[in-house]
Design a binder for this molecule. Structure first.
Ligand code: CTP
Length: 402
């Protein structure tokens, strides 16, 4: 794939593999990308800035301040400029800074400011690579949604042999090309996502709700954005750290509010994903004042809430795709398939409440997908980010997808 017009910020850190960055830079430039290199000063011991500046056709940056002109290098601007921040090689030291948010040089400041997707190619000796601290830092970066280009196996600079070699430049180029191919496959699509729980007021200080964290919905919203879509989120109350300006973000509290906001957005979208755990019932009456504990038994009358997916399913246009979720505790597949039909979904994602590592609060999930066409797909336990990416791949197989 031609990378013309793609802006790549290439971070280089102190590792013997930095010599391969010269070749990687050439490959990226030859593919048409614009490459701006940012080095940590310890990378200077392994490759000179002059070599990389010549190959990238741009001055290499490493300091906040350029000595000769006194000009300030704006790390925020650099982070905004790039379509992709690729760090190759990523040393164990810089990896730990990224995982913890430590900012003590231009490269780590650019990392914290970068708004674009991040891809890292770690390189270190095999024992270092296997160390739980390194593996946990890599998992941390993966949980941020970064792409990890895992080290390859082979002979290492120490003379030992094992996993730790930076991925070969040709393979990194393929990953970058693949990333740009995938990152635009939802371009031009408009998506509605309901997510999180709803809260149904009992009185001014109390409500009925559920344990939904919004993690799966947010992972989907992130996946759609990173693949080029415009995403309208309608979220119940959640306590996740969210970069809301990536989305058209709407915060709501009750099911009624979630329906009102979603119904306004729905006619304009190509795909609607109903990931919210909507409370099925709400108190029939909301007390104006705090309910006092006067009696030993208190009965609360509940009324059925609007079924958002069902109502909007009735309004679904021929070219719209609807995705639903189901969380079941028994006869899972049967119940999920019944909901698929009743709510006019094209695809339903079944979370089994019984699988360890799946469900509301955790970062992993295991789901089965049922298509309206009758096809069933089982996905293995994986991070919610990975599951979200696979769900997007499945959406592309739905017949009305164009
Ligand atoms: N849903 C919705 N509005 C509701 C209830 C559910 O939009 N009031 C959506 C959910 O977001 C999910 C799907 O419908 O995509 C199925 O939700 P679930 O709670 O499993 O189904 P219910 O129809 O509520 O069935 P039950 O709780 O009886 O299992």
């Amino acid at each position: 794939m031609n990378l013309a017009g793609k802006k790549i910020l290439l971070g280089v850190t102190g590792s013997i593999a930095a010599y391969k960055t010269a070749h990687l830079t050439r490959l990226l430039i030859k593919s048409g990308a614009e490459v701006q290199i940012v080095m940590s000063t310890s990378a200077f011991d392994f490759i000179t800035p002059l070599t990389l500046a010549t190959l990238s056709k741009r001055p290499v940056l490493s300091q906040f301040k350029k000595d000769e002109t006194g000009e300030w290098n704006n790390h925020v601007e650099l982070g905004l400029w790039a379509d992709l921040f690729l760090v190759a090689p990523l040393s164990a030291n810089t990896l730990s800074k990224f995982a913890l948010g430590i900012c003590d040089n231009l490269l780590s400041a650019v990392y914290l400011s970068a708004r674009c997707p991040v891809m890292v190619a770690p390189a270190m000796d095999l024992d270092m690579y296997q160390h739980p601290a390194v593996q946990s830092n890599l998992s941390q970066l993966a949980s941020f949604g970064h792409h990890i280009l895992h080290a390859e196996s082979g002979e290492l600079a120490s003379g030992l042999s094992g996993q730790g070699r930076m991925m070969e430049p040709e393979h990194i180029l393929e990953e970058v090309q693949n990333f740009f191919k995938i990152s635009s496959d939802f371009k031009g699509k408009r998506i509605l996502i309901t997510m999180g729980p709803t809260q149904e007021a009992l009185d001014p200080v109390r409500f009925i709700s559920n344990h939904s964290s919004g993690k799966m919905g947010l992972a989907l919203a992130d996946a759609f954005v990173s693949r080029g879509a415009e995403v309208f989120v309608v979220s119940g109350p959640i306590s996740l750290n969210v970069q809301k300006d990536k989305f058209h973000w709407n915060s709501v509290t009750s099911a009624a509010e979630m329906f009102e906001v979603s119904a306004k957005i729905h006619p304009e979208v190509d795909i609607a994903v109903f990931a919210a755990a909507v409370a099925d019932y709400a108190p029939a009456e909301v007390a104006d004042e705090k309910i006092k504990k006067d009696s030993s038994i208190l009965s609360i009358k509940l009324k059925k809430n609007v079924d958002i997916a069902f109502e909007l399913g009735k309004q679904k246009k021929i070219n719209q795709i609807h995705i639903g979720f189901a969380l079941e505790t028994e006869r899972e597949a049967e119940h999920a398939k019944a909901k698929l039909k009743k709510k006019n979904f094209d695809l339903i994602v079944l979370n089994s409440a019984k699988v360890a590592g799946a469900g509301f609060k955790v970062d992993t999930n295991q789901v089965d997908l049922f298509h309206a066409s009758g096809e069933t797909v089982q996905l293995a336990l994986a991070s919610k980010a990975k599951i979200a990416a696979l769900i997007l791949d499945q959406i592309k197989t739905i017949p009305v997808w164009v």
